[in-house]
Design a protein around this ligand. Structure first.
Ligand code: FES
Ligand code: FES
Length: 208
């Protein structure tokens, strides 16, 4: 079962890798300063000014979006604050709750741990992308039928996790459903109904 907070992304760049490279860059700048202080040839560190944006091309729910984004901006931030798709929710924003779950190339991922730049070249699916016009998709329908929410804040992420699971495993066992949804927390404790909804969603997708 693929993890939702991968250490490598589709183009090899991850939040952790990004931060690591930033740390490496800081060491490089310090080393350059030492060389300069020693009277040797200094290397221009080419530091990008804070607030500088660059073009990022994203494929989201079958449409192409060209946005200007800072390298540090997460996919979650760009989806919600730049593009206006608010289905993915900010919860912990550090890879613990799953409220921000989207599909990247069909696999459930935490959008809060994915840089927008990482998602270039991939197909991103959000909660909105499961709709057919104004009609709910099968997983959304199953959650409504099973009354699988209380406050509803975790629900978009739970639905995307189940959607991701069913794309790789159309007929999961109860244990596989529990494992597939294990990256998504529900503070209301609606797990029993969430698992029932996942089972029902599998049936709906199989045309039952
Ligand atoms: S908001 Fe992304 S995992 Fe909690
Ligand atoms: S329904 Fe409230 S957090 Fe899950």
């Amino acid at each position: 079962m693929p993890r939702k907070n991968p250490t490598t992304g589709p183009d090899g760049l991850t939040r952790r890798g990004f931060l690591t490279s930033m740390g490496t860059g800081a060491i490089g700048v310090a080393a350059s300063a030492d060389l300069f202080a020693a009277g040797k040839e200094a290397v221009d560190p080419q530091v990008m000014p804070a607030g500088r944006t660059s073009k990022v091309v994203l494929r989201i729910n079958g449409e192409t979006h060209v946005v200007l984004a800072e390298p540090r901006w997460t996919l979650l931030y760009v989806l919600r604050e730049v593009i206006g798709l608010t289905g993915a929710k900010p919860g912990c924003e550090r890879g613990e709750c799953g409220a921000c779950t989207v599909l990247i190339d069909g696999v459930a991922r935490y959008a809060c741990l994915t840089l927008a730049a990482e998602a270039q070249g991939s197909e991103v699916t959000t909660l909105e992308g499961l709709m057919d016009g104004e009609t709910l998709g099968p997983v959304q329908t199953a959650f409504a039928e099973a009354d699988a929410f209380q406050c509803g804040y975790c629900t978009p992420g739970q639905i995307m996790a189940v959607e991701g699971l069913l794309r790789t495993n159309p007929n999961p066992s109860a244990e596989e459903i529990r494992r597939g949804a294990s990256g998504n927390l529900c503070r209301c404790g609606a797990y029993k109904h969430i698992f029932e909804a996942a089972h029902r969603a599998a049936e709906l997708k199989r045309g039952k």
